[in-house]
Ligand binder design. Sequence first.
Ligand code: ADP
Ligand code: MG
Length: 328
Amino acid sequence: DELISQIAAGEVVERPASVVRELIDNALDAGAREVVVRLAGGGVRLVAVEDDGCGIPRHELPLALQRHATSKIRDLAELEAVATMGFRGEALAAIASVAELTLTSRSADAADGCAWALQTSSGELRPAARPPGTTVEVRELFFRTPARRKFLKSEATELAHCVEAVRRHALARPDVGFAVWHEGRLLHRWPAAQALTPELAWQRRVADALGEEFLTATLPVEAAAGPLRLRGRIVRPDAAGGRGERQFAYVNGRFVRDRVIAHAVRCAYDDVLHGQRQPSYVLWLELDPRTVDVNVHPTKIEVRFRDSGAVHQAVQHALEAALARPRA
Ligand code: ADP
Ligand code: MG
């Protein structure tokens, strides 16, 4: 079972940034409004994610670490229309098999008003103090699998990947505040949008997480095609080709790498950029969850659309309209 867990871990946990991604997924699923990420040694020595979500009751702490134990999906019908970031119930178990994991949580409705900390290697459960919410601390990633540890890059590179993982989540959730610390130094703080219109909230988060330059170099996209809604920012053709092209695509709040979307973007820019470069964009797609399969890859970074032709067309048309080009 230990071996099976480690093999599964290989699919989910590739580097510290994978831990960051999975822990933030969980924090968001728990309804967090503030997420604090603390790192040390580029995330290899420590990844800690602290949230103010619903917490985990004491008796459920050991369950959270069991393989294929998820509190989020009860039946197949729910798997057909996943609304949470997690659903496979393997992240914490996988991480705990390749690192030291401590789970400290206080359930919002804990009768004892007490927090509990579970240390996975010893199985020790002890009382702790913290406001409602959860902190997951992951130390010494791959300490028992030196072969895996050897594949990690420099501290600076791993740190950059960790920050990118936070940025991907932050761009999906302007209503949630994010902070990233490395060895006691605050690297980023992206505050939750308060009392802003949704449009302004998105703009603010894009400016915070990608820089004012990104905002001024891009045009807004806003479109609807049947049940599909699309919004985002795409680079102005005259601003394209600068440094730091960045591509962020989201499907129902989940960051994805998707060929259909990427190809549709390239088609929309075809005449403008002559295919020299990948234009920068942030695109948020919302569509009926039953028409997209997110259970394609263990890291959930790939999706499969039931009607990829319709998605392609909607994205391309929305971008062409934003670029103010008449359609052929
Ligand atoms: P999944 O997210 O697919 O359910 P995980 O292994 O990531 O699986 O987490 C296992 C379970 O632990 C979750 O279903 C949830 O019940 C609980 N859990 C993990 N992290 C948190 C958190 N930050 N807040 C509340 N519950 C959590
Ligand atoms: Mg999860």
